[in-house]
Design a protein around this ligand. Sequence first.
Ligand code: PLP
Length: 397
Amino acid sequence: MINQRMYELGNEPSAIRELFAYGLSRKAEIGAENVFDFSLGNPSVAAPDAVKKAALELLEKPSQEVHGYTPAQGAPGVRAAIAASLNRRFDTSYTADNLYMTVGAAASISIAINAIVTPGDEFIVIAPYFPEYRVWIENAGGICVEAPARMGSFQLDIEALEDALTERTKAVIVNSPNNPTGAVYPECDLVELANTLRRKQDEYGHPIYLISDEPYREIVYGDTKVAFIPTLFENTLVCYSYSKSLSLPGERIGYVLVPPAAADAAKVYAAVCGAGRALGYVCAPTLFQHVIEKCVDEPCDVASYQENRDALYAGLTKLGYECVAPQGAFYLWMRALEPDAKAFTERAKGHELLVVPSDSFGVQGWVRIGYCVERSVIDGALPAFAALMHEYQAPTL
Ligand code: PLP
């Protein structure tokens, strides 16, 4: 006998993975330049030169220093460097002891959930949402409760969220800048959310945590501001990763921040260490911990994402598609031309357009277009989107 749930998870078709695999085989058949693959969130911008330089310098050091184990929660030096960087940027006073190094945001969120869950606790996610949230919540023994975002803008709908809160609510997961919608939550809405959570905490007599999933924190456009949520709501656990900001998704490096102002902070931090231990997420890759220590203030290069966003948004809206103007991350959220988003994405495939149906993110009728691609993919795709629109407009015979 094996673990049936794990078997099902491993065997379950993921729309994104399937689409990506389809894209690879289609590219082999008709040439990569003829397939417009918007399926994945793999950064198209190269990692900064500073990362390469730091890695090369580190590789000259004695093997133990760069390939040996660090403490389970990460090397003190990198945790101190991250704390100092956050303090400079957000006027906080964190220390190394508030941070736990992880293998990316996936591990950070899984650890945060496991650290605070008790059986039957509810975790609220805002639909549309990153699909793995449900997997991580349920695997930890929690219950995933969906609260809708505001339809159209995909901003926070505080009333809907309030309706979803119960005395079993342990945490709310927010993700701004957002995958899949590109929305960035303004500070005023987050303040309203914080006030609502405080009111409910008083009513229920226990803390409600905000798990802030922030892999896209630095990827924003124009004058969009990303609020630093722990300064607005004390019970925030930050789950960060360098996968997107420094284009290092394969290096698996990120952290959990437990701010000292959070309820039961010392206990929560100990539980984070315990969850890391229980899940086997100890000692994040040593080489890349040290790279981060050296590159902690390295700026994120958003220029080409911004160019892609501008070209794609302008091109698609000109063709008549309804799109949410992305304020951050590198995804564009577009209404499908029929209610069944899966059927729409199948028809899009006929034009070699690979976009992800919104069903994967818990809502109907939209698609996600990941524009972390070469500019040529966007330029090539726009005529295909025009043909797709034309196909829907043409009278059926
Ligand atoms: N959260 C969101 C919203 C994401 O988009 C991703 C990755 O795409 C993750 C978490 C996982 O990030 P990581 O690759 O750092 O584990």
